[in-house]
Design a protein around this ligand. Structure first.
Ligand code: NOJ
Length: 512
């Protein structure tokens, strides 16, 4: 059955790459763009449809690239424009789309725009950032920065004024109310769209619409942010979408909308005139428990389906401990989680290295890098082979390798048909041949409290997925008769479906 009429991002599986951690080819201990190009065959082997690169633009790297000083150039640490053009071409040659990470809410304090803006109160770019005069001892309001903990305002002696930074002080917030800022930012989108990128992951887009009066936060510091969840933000998103829509080929915007409420996140799709996709982070923060997951799946369906919004599923990314670490460290759980992530209705986003079942690295305090203080473990270098350098130029890199790198590496796992990487490949292949898994409807089956079971249907194609999230073996899982095993998370052996599943195991069933 044909799923070709769907936009690519609906049926795709996206693979997130944190470029610093992927593969170094120069010997500076930091991954680079050529290192990604060098491993595209791994991604082709795995069977993912798109890659999203965390930022590779020019940056002083205070927040490892989320502080951009030139949106239209590549940081020399990662390569150059030739390298990214090559990556785009080589990816496209393998039918892999390329998504870049666009950071519209803030630039680096070293961006020429900010240097101009801070130079003089009468500078034409003064209004490109959010300045407030006042008393140097009292910030303009009570907003808190993400890191380091403290006020979201920094006093600038040069022009005797405060500027707003919702993240680090080196990440001043752009003033989206200024039309020239919006035009300049849309030009940066066009620059990359013209170079052939297929879409953007858009950083903290829910923060764009600052209310003019900059009111104090009613409930004090902390999430969820409500001040910015306003019509102005939606207006900007419609403008952004209009830029993308002028290009051929379904260029896609997936937004990081960090509102931990699916119903509010769904608003950011507009009437198919804002984001194409938005991350729903509630499941990412949910424990590994069938009752909890049934509830999350229902909440997502209730929020997204009525407004015809296509949701996303994420278990790991560069901002949180890896899910194998979060779920207790057991490989069986990570295997079952792979089946869950890739079979739910919506677009799955994998995080590089989860296919090897990586745990977070143990990062000693003297090697700590992250301004937020808790994200180094999940950003450890990816092991490509079992040598002491694990396919990097040197054994010692910007962060230490994760545990078990001798076996949890690409070459060992690609050669082992029983590895977790081989399981990811098998589930991705199963997904690719099943319209039900790609775009089918989804209904939760009430079978047994300890297992999550759901039924996916598209036309005559159907699958049932059962995930035993518990530490008990479960029998009598009543999903009806006429089903046979397609993929099991615990074994490649052909084991007949007997309505039972060992603990921490998932299965894809197809009609017998
Ligand atoms: C969200 C990104 O995922 C995170 O890594 C970054 O630190 C902040 N936005 C600021 O850009």
């Amino acid at each position: 059955m044909d799923t070709n009429s769907e936009p690519w991002w609906k049926t795709a599986v996206v693979y997130q790459i944190y470029p610093r951690s992927f593969c170094d080819t120069t010997g500076n201990g930091v991954g680079d763009i050529d290192g990604i190009t060098a491993h595209l065959d791994h991604l082709g082997w795995l069977g993912v449809d798109a890659i999203w690169l965390s930022p590779v633009f020019r940056s002083p790297m205070v927040d490892h690239g989320y502080d951009i000083s030139d949106y239209c150039d590549i940081d020399p640490l990662f390569g150059d424009l030739v390298a990214i053009d090559t990556l785009i071409d080589e990816s496209h040659a393998r039918d892999i789309r390329v998504i870049l990470d666009w950071v519209p809410n803030h630039s680096s304090d070293q961006h020429p725009w900010f240097l101009e803006s801070r130079s003089d109160r009468t500078n034409p770019k003064r209004n490109w950032y959010i300045w407030r005069a006042g008393d140097p001892s009292t910030p303009p309001n009570n907003w808190q920065a993400e890191f380091p903990p403290g006020p979201a305002w920094k006093w600038d002696d040069q022009t005797q004024a405060w500027y707003l930074h919702m993240f680090a002080p080196e990440q001043p917030d752009l003033n989206w109310a200024e039309p020239a800022v919006r035009e300049a930012m849309y030009d940066t989108l066009r620059f990359w769209l013209d170079r052939g990128v297929d879409g953007f992951r858009m950083d903290v887009v829910h923060l764009l619409g600052k209310p003019d009066a900059l009111p104090d936060r009613a409930k004090g510091p902390g999430r969820p942010l409500t001040e910015f969840d306003n019509q102005v933000t939606h207006e900007y998103l419609r403008e952004i979408r209009a830029v993308l829509d002028r290009y051929e080929g379904d260029r896609m915007a997936v937004g990081e909308v960090y509102l931990l409420d699916p119903a509010r996140v769904a608003d950011y799709y507009g009437s198919d005139d804002e984001l194409h996709l938005s991350f729903n982070f509630m499941p990412l923060w949910s424990e590994w428990d069938a009752t909890v997951w049934r509830e999350q799946i229902r909440l997502a369906a209730d929020a997204f389906e009525p407004v015809d919004a296509w949701t996303t599923w994420v278990l790991s990314n560069h901002d949180v401990p890896r899910h194998r670490s979060r779920y207790g460290g057991n490989e069986q759980t990570a295997r079952a989680a792979a089946v869950l992530l890739l079979c739910l209705r919506g677009t799955p986003f994998m995080y590089a290295g989860e296919e090897f079942g990586l745990l977070d690295a143990d990062v000693p305090p003297e090697m700590a890098q992250d301004p937020a203080g808790y994200r180094d473990g999940c950003r450890a270098p990816l092991p490509w082979d079992g040598s002491s350098n694990h396919g990097w130029v040197k054994p010692d890199n910007w962060l230490p390798f994760p545990p078990e790198a001798d076996t949890r590496n690409a070459s060992a796992q690609m050669a082992d048909s029983g590895s977790i990487a081989a399981l990811y490949k098998a589930v991705l292949a199963a997904r690719r041949r099943s319209p039900a898994l790609q775009i089918g409807t989804q209904r939760i089956l009430e079978t047994h409290q300890l297992v999550l079971a759901f039924h996916r249907v598209h036309g005559t194609d159907q699958r049932i997925i059962v995930v035993n999230m518990s530490d008990e073996d479960v029998d009598s899982i009543a999903v009806g008769s006429g089903w046979q095993t397609e993929v099991r998370s615990d074994t490649t052996d052909a084991i007949a479906w007997t309505q039972s599943l060992p603990s921490q195991t998932a299965i894809i069933l197809k009609p017998a």
